[in-house]
Write a protein that binds this ligand. Structure first.
Ligand SMILES: Cc1cc2nc3c(=O)[nH]c(=O)nc-3n(C[C@H](O)[C@H](O)[C@H](O)COP(=O)(O)OP(=O)(O)OC[C@H]3O[C@@H](n4cnc5c(N)ncnc54)[C@H](O)[C@@H]3O)c2cc1C
Length: 404
């Protein structure tokens, strides 16, 4: 793709959001370089929902056709089951119905495969590894970034605009006075992978299953072409306060959380050989993402709880909107273009952030009248249609795509 713009963009962070931003900017003819602190791009072993509002942008990058090579196309989702007896409370057909409504299927994938898909599409010289951003100074003409390297050295780079795509513990955010205090959700998540041979047959179906029970819930779906089952258990945090995707948890602790649950749950958990555990925090929506020539994208801009499975999708929506705003800007117009990007994205991402709060209260009801009422409502819900505001949105058009 030829570069037609004279703009030079620096993206701090080579996660899903940063790489997608570089790809959309490249497609729009704008040169961007990604600076990533790690010396190799790696993702922790975990799965991710790739909803239609992420698949359509990937299609516009020419990458969605590769999803079936490693991701699993969901035939059903929101399969709610009762904790004790596995009774199905409701289930939503996906597959063709999702494509009909939203022009794309819904997939579940291994994060590492998704990151590799984006990395392979980006020319090597647009990704600089071992570049940890430690300083940022802007004036009317541009931004100077300082990077620290593993060997101890430092280098400086200048750019017309900077995008902080450096995740929940962003280094760029605080330089804009755009950091929000973490809010503890009093919950923690156990995340684990199980080999297909060790998993109960029900967990191998191309279905996203959610087991609901008193005080906790468990989500699982197959990934990696069905070779693995990804599981996430949301439980009360107890004393656990570590907010890290990579902190090790104990499988015994995980199994103990689900004592008395249905045997399929017990079998799945018992097959886990390791688990990650992190305390769930989110942030209030930021009042601004942009200051002058610097803006934020992805978790750095809108860290959210995982209950809508939208963190990565929102990052990719950001990436597409950013490129749409910057494609016609020169260096002088870059600050105004970043303001347009923020105006396009902040209201929606903030809404998703706020909507993602409090879902656990409903999911974790103890058995009783409220739980029976919830189960009745689940049985009559139409979650796929009700997700039109999420799944039907296209950032560039700012429009909702749902039909029928
Ligand atoms: C294991 C895991 C599981 C998840 N599961 C779900 C899920 O099921 N559903 C869902 O909606 N969301 C989920 N999320 C959240 C979702 O994946 C995130 O919203 C999404 O990855 C955000 O992407 P990002 O690029 O903004 O940030 P990140 O993926 O966090 O990437 C940030 C990148 O910036 C780099 N970086 C940080 N600081 C610096 C610095 N100073 N200099 C240079 N580089 C830096 C980091 O090394 C990292 O590569 C999950 C996240 C993780 C990690």
């Amino acid at each position: 793709m030829p570069t037609v713009s004279s703009l030079r963009i620096a993206i701090v962070g080579g996660g899903l959001g940063g790489l997608a931003a570089a790809l959309f900017l490249r497609q729009a003819g704008v040169h961007a370089t990604v600076y990533e602190q790690a010396s190799a791009l790696r993702e922790v072993g975990a799965g991710l929902v790739v909803p239609p509002n992420m698949v359509r942008p990937l299609a516009r990058l020419g990458l969605a056709g590769k999803l079936p090579e490693f991701a699993v196309r969901l035939e059903a989702a929101w399969e709610f089951r009762r904790w004790q007896d596995a009774r199905v409370l409701s289930v939503q057909p996906m597959g063709d119905e999702c494509e009909r409504l939203y022009g794309a299927a819904c997939y579940v994938a291994h994060r590492a495969d998704l990151l590799a898909l984006l990395q392979q599409a980006l020319p090597e010289d647009q990704l600089r590894l071992d570049h940890r951003c430690v300083g940022l100074r802007q004036d009317a003409g541009g931004v100077e970034l300082t990077f620290a390297h593993r060997g101890g050295g430092r280098t400086k780079v200048t750019a017309d605009a900077v995008v902080g795509a450096d995740g929940i513990h962003s280094a760029v955010g605080p330089t804009l006075q755009a950091n929000a205090e973490p809010r503890f959700a009093e919950l923690c998540a156990f995340r684990f992978l199980v080999n297909a041979e060790s998993a109960p047959a029900a967990a191998l179906r191309p279905v996203q299953t959610l087991w609901l029970g008193p005080g906790r819930h468990l989500v699982h779906y197959p990934i990696s072409g069905g070779r693995l089952v990804n599981g996430v258990a949301i439980v009360p945090a107890g004393e656990w306060r570590t907010e890290s995707w990579t902190a090790e948890g104990s499988v015994d602790d995980l199994v103990a959380e689900f004592g008395g649950w249905h045997e399929d749950v017990q079998r799945l958990l018992a097959a886990a050989t390791e688990t990650k555990r992190w305390a769930l925090y989110d942030r209030d929506p930021l009042e601004r993402w942009t200051h002058g020539r610097v803006t934020l994208l992805g978790d750095a801009a809108h860290a959210m709880l995982p209950f809508f499975a939208q963190g990565a999708a929102q990052a990719i929506e950001d990436a597409e909107a950013l490129a749409a705003c910057l494609c016609s800007a020169d260096a002088a117009a870059a600050p105004a273009a970043l303001q347009r990007y923020e105006a396009m994205r902040r209201p929606r991402a903030s809404e998703v952030q706020l909507m993602s709060r409090g879902r656990e209260i409903r999911n974790h009801l103890p058995d009783g009248a409220l739980q029976r009422q919830r189960d009745l409502e689940l049985a009559h819900g139409e979650p796929l249609r009700q997700s039109a505001w999420l799944y039907g949105h296209d950032p560039e058009q700012g429009a909702t795509h749902a039909s029928g």
